[in-house]
Design a protein around this ligand. Structure first.
Ligand code: 4AD
Ligand code: MG
Length: 452
């Protein structure tokens, strides 16, 4: 146990400290209660969802009552003792309480009655102090950690693909332009953009290191103001050489299963909160969903199922039509009641780099659909044949020049290869039950929204 001068994280204190020792904690007042004989503070420091109870002597309580409102930052030195109250086993009996920073509780914007998520987005600098966002950002950290662990334990190399790029990785023209002043082509001598995906860049490294991944921010200027789209979001993109679409799906399934299970395990207390307050039993349902093998159907079969469902959808269904979120959610939520891979999409619906199937009508693509979210990841086997890749570029009306290096990969030791991209925030939404992507990212960027 740390000495009196060294602060101990509250979570560590609650989990491991033996009563009877001196202790120092620092943190913020969540609640305080003052009475004639004895007073209480509940402190948090972000290390876990549980607060620690601090018992103040009669004198300290009377003297400091006006200073110890919600939001005040404090340093408490005292003894870690068995509690007499029923709610907690152990508590701090304070010797000294030092106010580090005044909280101004009457002006503090986080009041009990005004804590809708919409309101909290307007004070994104303060919302990390609320119970929900404390749990969200601990889980976000744990998920990132588990993702890296998954790949690192399996020999995948983490490649830092560039943020600024000259090529449109998805060929969809949804890029933010990077420009200095009015000079469109000055700095780089050509137009440059924020990347929409690290995939094309990371493919180069798969053709040298076999198993690689990128994990970083990506940017999309699509004007879809939905609860599932952000203009800036993080993506995880593994890429494997000497592999086909089945290998990509096997990797995706194992990855989702392991990472979901371990993240929930790592943040058990936070998931108790989500299960109770955000979406009933969300973590239990996720664990049950990843336990069984994921369903697999082709795009044609998916469309047939939608037609046969007799449902009234807003968007058209039937072979050759596109899967919209309402369809994806019907399939995952109601038909399969769990994750489902849809494969073999019509060629013109997907990106130019996807491998053309023998039927020449579809590509070796897959989207993984999950309940509540719809598409959580998208992947494919890549077109490794130089002539077919060039034909695809033509079909999609894309110029060859910016892709010269991508085309080179197909000339020098090409391999069947593929990978997928997982939307990091969508995975977080699925795990936690949070319903808006703006509430699982520290400072959300969406059309008309770039505050803080
Ligand atoms: O399906 P997408 O566009 O696929 C790619 O970018 C490929 N290059 C991936 C690959 O094969 N390496 O995007 C991948 C995932 C989607 O399934 C979705 O979860 C997420 O990224 N995503 C978004 N998340 C939040 N906001 C947006 N605007 C998103 N667009 C895609
Ligand atoms: Mg996609």
């Amino acid at each position: 146990m740390a000495g009196v001068d060294r602060r101990i994280p509250i979570q560590t204190l609650l989990a491991t400290a033996e009563p009877g020792n001196p202790v120092t904690v620092t943190g913020w007042v969540k609640t305080s209660r003052f009475s004639k004989n004895v007073s209480f503070l509940h402190l948090y420091d972000g290390s876990g969802p549980k607060t620690v109870q601090v018992v103040l002597s009669k004198e300290t309580g009377l003297e400091m009552q006006s200073e110890l409102g919600q939001g005040t930052s404090v340093k408490v030195v005292g003894a870690w003792v068995e509690s007499r109250g029923g709610k907690q086993a152990v508590e701090i009996k304070a010797d000294t309480v030092e106010v580090v920073g005044a909280g101004n509780p009457t002006e503090y914007p986080i009041q009990k009655k005004r804590t809708s998520f919409e309101f909290l987005r307007t004070i994104a600098h303060l919302r990390p102090r609320t119970n929900t966002f404390q749990s969200v950002f601990r889980v976000r950290n744990a998920l990132a950690w588990q993702i890296h662990s998954y790949f690192q334990e399996r020999g995948f190399l983490w490649i830092h693909t560039p943020i600024i790029t000259a090529s449109d990785a998805e060929g969809a023209g949804e890029m933010f332009r990077v420009q200095v002043g009015d000079d469109k082509e000055g700095f780089f001598g050509k137009e440059a953009f924020l990347t929409v995906s690290g995939q094309l860049a990371v493919e180069n490294f798969a053709q040298a290191f076999t198993d690689v991944y990128t994990f970083g921010p990506t940017f999309r200027a699509e004007n879809s103001n939905t609860a599932r789209h952000a203009a800036e979001f993080w993506m995880i993109e593994p890429e494997i050489a000497f592999g086909d679409l089945d290998d990509v799906m096997a990797l995706a399934e194992d990855f989702i299963r392991v990472v979901a299970t371990k993240t929930i395990e790592q943040c058990r207390d936070d998931f108790d909160f989500f299960d109770l307050r955000i979406e009933k039993d969300v973590s239990k349902n996720v664990l049950a969903a990843v336990e069984k093998p994921f369903a697999r159907i082709t795009h044609d079969e998916a469309q047939d199922l939608l037609v046969a469902s007799g449902r009234k959808f807003e968007h058209k269904v039937g072979r050759g039509e596109a899967l919209q979120t309402e369809h994806e959610r019907y399939l995952a939520e109601e038909h399969f009641k769990g994750p489902v891979f849809v494969t073999d999409y019509p060629r013109e619906q997907k990106a130019f780099y996807m491998r053309v199937n023998d039927d020449e009508r579809t590509v070796a693509a897959t989207d993984l659909l999950v309940p509540r979210i719809g598409e959580i990841l998208g992947g494919s086997q890549r077109e490794e044949r130089p002539d077919v890749l060039d034909e695809q570029l033509k079909r999609f009306d894309l110029p060859e020049a910016p892709y010269w290096w991508y085309r080179d990969l197909r000339r020098f030791g090409t391999t069947p290869h593929g990978g997928f991209g997982l939307g990091f925030e969508r995975m977080l939404m699925w795990l936690t039950g949070m319903q808006n992507i703006r509430d699982v990212i520290p400072f959300p960027r969406a059309p008309g929204q770039a505050d803080f």
